[in-house]
Design a protein around this ligand. Sequence first.
Ligand code: SAH
Length: 367
Amino acid sequence: MADVAPVNLFSLDRDGLERFFAAHGEKPFRARQVMKWVYHAGVLDFAAMTDLSMRQRELLARIATLRLPEVVARRESRDGTIKWAVRVGNGNDVETVLIPERGRNTLCVSSQVGCMLDCSFCSTGKQGFNGNLDAADIIGQVWLANAELAARGESVTNVVLMGMGEPLLNFDNVLVATNLMMDDLAFGISKRRVTVSTAGVVPGIYRLAETTDLSLAISLHAPNDALRDELVPINRKYPIATLLEACRHYLSGLGDKRTLTMEYTLLKGVNDSIAHARELAALLRDVRCKINLIPFNPFPASGYERPDMTVVRAFQTHLLNAGYATMLRTTRGDDINAACGQLVGQVQDRTRRQARYIARVQAQEVA
Ligand code: SAH
């Protein structure tokens, strides 16, 4: 038989692993054994998986690998936030951020190298798009962070797909990875604590509703189409009414107690007035949701500013008074550029858009 490339078992969820073993004439329950070694015991060497027969261990060593993304940088903020840059399969680097707070360890995971959506206030979009992460590179970010936490007796408790990229445009790989996050044989994180965040890829929301009931966050950022068209260009394709219809559909599969999260990045003088808050409160009246306010995190040449705290508070108060659970996302890890919208990574094959962006930064520095 001709040699085929070994399969990276990190790219398979439980179903995939069971099929993999079945295809090699092995019992599907081997999948469970291997998952426990990999995700519970942190063992990546097939030879050490002692409840498999010698023959099975040798077979795995021949036809499979357990390859993680490579950590190329690690920085720790004075507030405990940790940011890793990891090199993924296609040779590019993406970033992963761990945010420890109040007994929780939330991991912010990347799903793509760069992003094609180009939201006007997000630095990831400025670097252009350079490919999808495969499932192994997505779940590998969780494995690596969890290994570091395990060494101090902790674990990843929450995962948000709010790093680089648009998760619903890398649907299949994200689904395999989120299955593993929630699988008791892997990370066993509750569906309430695994959140996919989307800029509004409507067909992806419907597909997600067919396959899972994990938690969903929507990057709304504007209460009307005119403004949202400008900030989140995918709105021109899937306008707010279409998006909220998809949200209601997704909610119908969640049960009465669960809600969606609406994210709203506050941009000074752009979407932060009380009139905007009022419009937002009216817009969301029949969508069961809580609202997450994110004061803009600046990056070079963004052209936007963070509103004053008094404006942020007033916006929040209006929504609270209108009956919305409204959280203010405190900025974490900004001393290491780990805050929302600041993740960039290192794209090897630079796109023209990135070159234009660099030119703009340089022009601004000169001015
Ligand atoms: N593409 C997905 C995942 C990215 S999530 C999505 O759009 O939801 C990252 C969150 O941070 C999104 O809500 C995004 O709009 C927000 N964000 C991006 N840039 C930001 C910035 N500079 N300051 C604050 N929030 C930002």
